[in-house]
Design a protein around this ligand. Structure first.
Ligand code: Q0N
Length: 367
């Protein structure tokens, strides 16, 4: 667990910036090693934030607000397995995990200080919708949390709609990206003379051009935590030819079917990222699927090759951030409530447009 120096006699446990203000603060001073806050088992250390509350304070100080803690994905009754920027994974038993989508939001790769209410439920609703639509072998077991005995009633309530019980799998160490349009890191490589994702592209393409065929452009998690695009031969080296070809075929097939589905809803699925894992010798689609966090969705009438295309979900908050004096390094500015609510509305709109179902109905389905 990385620990950072904040100032000479304080240290900071890694965590999510939006937690810092109110719900859980542990402090330690004097240059001695900081342990876990009392009352919290060490297995949760990675999910907790410790900051100096006052420059002169000694020992630990903790406050906790269960609601917001849970919306940020913290389940204190289960062992923590892994964290992403906006997702948390816990162990239920040796073969099952609890996959939780939090209400955290990132922009320009920085976690914003405010949670977006129900964002995790929107993303989970979309994943469930596509697991059902795609009908391809995947890790989803259930969304019924009543079988998870360790959860408190409050945890169950907060997790409803944002959590999936999934089969534990051995994660394939490559992110399976499929692109139907030239945008993002692939556009930057292309513009700058070519890179791993542009190996098979013709000349003369413009920003946001539709590609003749979708391309499979895998990436790996670099040490920095950033995704790094890798070439076909690098990917074949990591996976072997058989698995490479199987993942490419399945990824492009899923992307193609989802693209046709989205088109019927007036939405372009510009690109998306899948993860796969093995449960025994079964190759399962894992992680979240076809959510706005893992995919680039464009409203069809906003697409104009040669121009940047506003993102469905994040454009609104990005435009507000652009007007703030902020250099895009943490911490990000506090979002006014109007921007939080406006952002929530856009996520809900995305859910309704893509699934054709009402989000209220989704929320009721869990009561
Ligand atoms: C797992 N990750 C990816 C986003 C990035 N079914 C599974 N079985 C075993 N491990 C995993 C899954 C799944 N899904 C996948 N980490 C563990 C990293 N994630 C972590 C959460 O945030």
């Amino acid at each position: 667990m990385p620990i950072f120096d904040v100032e000479s006699d304080h240290e900071l446990f890694i965590g999510h910036r939006e937690q810092l203000d109110t719900e859980l603060v542990g402090i330690g001073v004097g240059g001695k090693e900081i342990g876990d806050p009392p009352g919290i088992e060490s297995r949760h250390a990675g999910t907790l934030v410790a900051v100096p509350a006052r420059p002169d304070s000694i020992g630990w100080e903790m406050r906790r607000t269960p609601d917001r803690l849970l919306a940020s994905g913290h389940v204190l009754s289960l062992s923590h397995v892994a964290s992403g920027k906006v997702r948390e994974i816990y162990e239920i038993d040796p073969d099952h995990l609890l996959f939780v989508a939090t209400d955290r939001i990132s922009a320009y790769d920085v976690i914003l200080p405010q949670l977006i209410p129900d964002k995790g439920r929107v993303l989970t609703g979309l994943s469930l919708h596509f697991f059902d639509f795609l009908d391809t072998p995947n890790h989803l077991v259930s969304t019924d949390l009543s079988s998870v005995d360790e959860l408190t009633d409050q945890e169950r309530t907060e997790l409803e709609g944002r959590a999936m019980i999934v089969r534990r799998a051995e994660v394939v160490p490559v992110e399976c990206v499929v692109r139907g349009y030239l945008y993002g890191s692939s556009w930057r490589e292309y513009r700058d003379g070519g890179g791993p994702t542009t190996e098979h592209l013709p000349e003369g393409l413009r920003l946001a051009d539709k590609l003749d065929e979708p391309i499979f452009t895998p990436a790996t998690k670099a040490a920095t935590g950033h995704d790094e695009n890798i070439t076909e031969s690098q990917t074949r080296e990591i996976l072997g030819d058989d698995l490479y070809e199987e993942l490419r075929r399945r990824s492009i097939d899923i992307y193609t079917r989802a693209t046709e589905y989205a088109a019927a809803k007036g939405v372009i699925l510009a690109d998306t990222k899948f993860e796969f894992g093995f449960a025994g010798d079964e190759l399962l689609l894992i992680d979240e699927v076809l959510t706005p966090d893992s995919s680039r969705y464009w409203p069809v009438d906003e697409w104009e090759p040669g121009n940047e295309v506003p993102s469905f979900d994040k454009q609104y908050v990005r435009e507000w951030l652009e007007k703030q004096p902020w250099d895009k390094t943490p911490p990000a500015p506090d979002l006014p409530d109007e921007i939080v609510q406006g952002t929530r509305s856009r996520y809900v709109e995305a859910y309704e447009k893509i699934t054709g179902r009402s989000f209220d109905e989704y929320l009721e389905g869990r009561r």
